[in-house]
Design a binder for this molecule. Structure first.
Ligand code: TRP
Length: 327
């Protein structure tokens, strides 16, 4: 039987090529070696203000995005966190062994307090405990996450250690698996691709979106005219060619740039063709899934049904260990 691990998916909408090439592709590849639990973490999403009328759609959209990106529901378990109540059940027990002072030092909490000073709620404070519960419930030994989540993983290991010390050896200490995928800069050529910076190519962008975005994407700023030679080493379009284009095309574009024998427009055209080719099937798969939301709901329901017995088995063990199970 394959081991499980849990990884959380925020129901916060669109994925961009940075998410996909930098991480998602690799995480999904783990589904051959493990039986991963990919959970759409709606309870975590409740820690900031949100519109209840939109949450359901956000969850379905996230599910469709991951399915379109290659998550295979016959290999992975795709579920919604709130459909498996053991997550919050374990979080309560972990709350009781977690010092408040430790939580107040978590960097993401401090950041959220800065961002939303008018909504510093208990859920926000407790966010890392629920996340630790997500991970430990499936006895995860690895957790694929982004770099920004490392403090949460350190905290999760502490929770596991503390639980084991107080109640007996129960949980492994999970290690983070950081993606080694390409680091994709945004179309500004300076910042990491990020939704909040509006510098993204999304996995559901149309050909027309891609065309428009690439037309205004930054190249070597020193290359002002077609006849100026450019420096491909500092050009972000060249950086993207390294991910999308063939070695021959990369060579042709880099040399052509240095000699001013190829203009930025033609160089971008080659990239554009490859980008459209990669994105079109993902966009179509996602649209196809969202056109039949009941099928996506069925996948999520089946996912919760598969997750539940695993979660229940851990909870039975935990309840015995902490001494609350007398019946
Ligand atoms: N905090 C994670 C994020 O913002 C989401 C998350 C919730 C998660 N629970 C998790 C990630 C468990 C990994 C494992 O992206």
């Amino acid at each position: 039987m394959k081991k499980h691990f849990f990884s959380g998916i925020q129901p916060s909408g669109k994925l961009h090529i940075g998410n996909y090439l930098g991480a998602i592709k690799q995480w999904i590849a783990l589904q051959d070696q493990y039986e991963p639990v990919f959970g759409i973490v709606d309870y975590h999403a409740m820690t900031v203000r949100y519109d209840p009328a939109e949450m359901g759609e956000r969850v379905l959209d996230a599910a469709a995005s991951y399915l379109a990106a290659g998550l295979d529901p016959s290999k992975s378990i795709l579920m919604v966190q709130s459909d498996v109540p053991e997550h919050t059940e374990l979080a309560w027990i972990m709350n009781c062994i977690t010092p408040m002072g430790r939580l107040s030092r978590i960097p993401t909490f401090k950041e959220k307090v800065r961002q939303h000073p008018d909504n510093v709620n208990m859920g926000l404070f407790d966010y890392p405990v629920l996340m630790a519960a997500d991970i430990l419930l499936y006895k995860s030994e690895i957790v694929p996450v982004g770099e920004d989540q490392v403090p949460h993983l350190e905290f999760t290991r502490e929770v596991a250690r503390r639980f084991n010390a107080v109640f007996g050896e129960t949980f492994p200490e999970p290690a983070e698996v950081l993606s080694t995928g390409a680091r994709i800069l945004g179309l500004d050529g300076v910042n990491k691709m990020s939704k909040s910076l509006d510098n993204c190519i999304y996995l559901d962008d149309t050909d027309e979106d891609i065309r428009k975005k690439l037309a205004t994407a930054f190249t070597d700023p020193a290359r002002k005219r077609r006849d100026d030679p450019g420096d491909p080493d500092i050009c972000n379009i060249m950086n993207l060619h390294r991910v999308f284009s063939t070695p021959e095309e990369q060579k042709r574009c880099a040399e052509g740039c240095r000699e001013a024998s190829i203009g930025c427009v033609d160089c971008k055209k080659i990239l554009m063709g490859h980008m459209m080719e990669m994105i079109a099937p993902l966009r179509e798969r996602k649209a196809d899934l969202l056109a039949r939301p009941d099928d996506v709901r069925d996948i999520l329901r089946a996912g919760a049904e598969r997750a539940r017995p695993i979660a229940r088995a851990t909870m039975d063990e935990v309840r015995r260990a902490v001494g609350v199970s007398v019946t």
